[in-house]
Design a protein around this ligand. Structure first.
Ligand code: 7TS
Length: 412
């Protein structure tokens, strides 16, 4: 593999293509990123040489597959600095991990009159599980608001989190505003009131060094497909003592201790939470993605993205007809940039940009309460990854100018 971040783009043949007769500038990385050849190769190798079900057979392939699967767990453990690989549960993705916590820890610990605190910038995946839990239990769901700069209002956090709070659940990085939230401070605040902190790491783990021990989060969920693994695999980190005290999420094979006609016991963690045949190849692919990111160095990944933001954000902000959401200071902004063009619907903008080869997303980005808070129904969103280049950024700016001209009938 190209272990130099400047050469890494060559590992992504998908990026080297034309769409609508234009060079592709793939800027929809917050939705999903692309996979490098070494990850695809690992997947192929696994299916061609080692594929078997895990933890079941004593035959050689089953042992090899089990070894690969468990090694992937250890790789993830070290990548996010968990204390033990038992604290790494493989899930279908971030959404699945958050639902797991709501359905087990939440079910067990939230009662009528309790409070759950989330932020107004949450993705629906870190909102609806808590909303439904609150409805079911007769608990109250409260929201931490934003500062005028579009960052999490920590003064409001201190107001919202009280002794009635049982769970605080907040995104580590927003998929719309491009902000990174202070999870360590939120964890301290939550713990001082006897609550747990659930971190949604979907937009953080692929882009910056993440240390769950230093953050002192109790649970932390993320998706593999946003960090170059196959689809359909993700991770839930949980502190071992909490996971051990929680009931299972689903029932079936693999998660049991002993089964009798009328009663059963459960396996120890992490297997208690991995009922049925898991996405074994997905986990193996995630392990390969972790290897790839480690070789690049997460500091380098973060710096490469920051360089792109420093380059493109001021250019966007300079355009009088463009509104950028979230912090205007590039130093406070991740590679997720939500924006609108005056008088144009973001879907029209995204369609026009696609004609120029620029792939962006438009819509509410699964964050409708945030849109409501901002007085919007939708935005366009460009989102960068380390393999993007200044050429991609230039193409975005040029396409935005052309779009404005086109819709203005050339009068702009
Ligand atoms: N949390 C955040 C902050 C996210 O951005 C997403 C996905 C999820 C949770 C859910 O992840 P999943 O892999 O389980 O679906 N965000 C986006 C997005 O912004 N555009 O497409 C998916």
């Amino acid at each position: 593999m190209a272990n130099n971040i400047n050469k890494a783009r060559a590992d992504f043949p998908i990026l080297d293509q034309q769409v609508n007769d234009e060079r592709l500038a793939y800027l929809d990385n917050a939705a999903t990123v692309q996979r490098p050849t070494p990850v695809l190769q690992k997947l192929m190798d696994f299916y061609q040489h080692d594929n078997a079900n895990v933890h079941r057979g004593v035959h050689t392939l089953a042992e090899r597959a089990t070894e690969d699967y468990e090694q992937a767990r250890v790789k993830v453990q070290h990548f996010i600095n968990a204390q033990s690989s038992d604290e790494i549960i493989f899930t279908k993705g971030c959404t699945d991990g958050l639902n797991l916590v709501a359905s087990t820890y939440g079910e067990q610990n939230v009662h009528a009159g309790d409070e759950i605190v989330i932020s107004i910038m949450e993705h629906h995946s870190n909102l609806i599980p808590w909303q439904q839990l609150a409805i079911k239990k007769g608990a109250t769901l409260k929201y931490i608001g934003l500062t005028p700069d579009g960052e999490l209002d920590m003064k409001d956090a201190a107001r919202q989190i009280t002794d009635k709070t049982k769970i605080v659940a907040v995104a580590h990085a927003s998929n719309v505003l491009g902000v990174v939230n202070p999870l360590r401070e939120l964890a301290e605040l939550a713990h001082s009131h006897g609550a747990v902190l659930v971190g949604d790491g979907a937009q953080a783990v692929p882009h910056m060094p993440v240390d769950v021990s230093a953050l002192d989060v109790d649970f932390y969920a993320f998706s593999g497909h946003k960090m170059m693994s196959p689809m359909g695999i993700g991770v839930l980190y949980g502190k071992a003592d909490l996971l051990r005290a929680m009931p299972p999420y689903q029932y079936g094979g693999e998660m049991i201790g002993d089964v009798h006609r009328q009663e059963s016991t459960w396996a120890d963690i992490p297997f208690k939470f991995e009922a049925g045949t898991q996405n074994i190849a997905g986990a193996v692919g995630l392990g390969a993605a972790v290897d790839y990111l480690k070789e690049l160095g997460m500091e380098n990944v973060q710096r490469a993205e920051q360089d792109l933001v420093d380059y493109v954000l001021p250019q966007l902000e300079e355009l009088p007809y463009v509104t950028v959401y979230g912090p205007q200071d590039p130093g406070h902004h991740t590679g997720v940039i939500a924006f609108n063009l005056d008088g144009l619907h973001p879907h029209d903008v995204a369609t026009a940009l696609d004609m120029d080869g620029v792939a962006v997303r438009a819509g509410h980005h699964c964050a409708q309460p945030l849109m409501e808070e901002l007085g919007l129904t939708a935005t366009a969103r460009a989102s960068f990854y380390f393999y993007n280049t200044k050429q991609d950024a230039d193409q975005l700016i040029k396409a935005i100018k052309e779009t404005k001209e086109f819709f203005n009938g050339g009068t702009f």
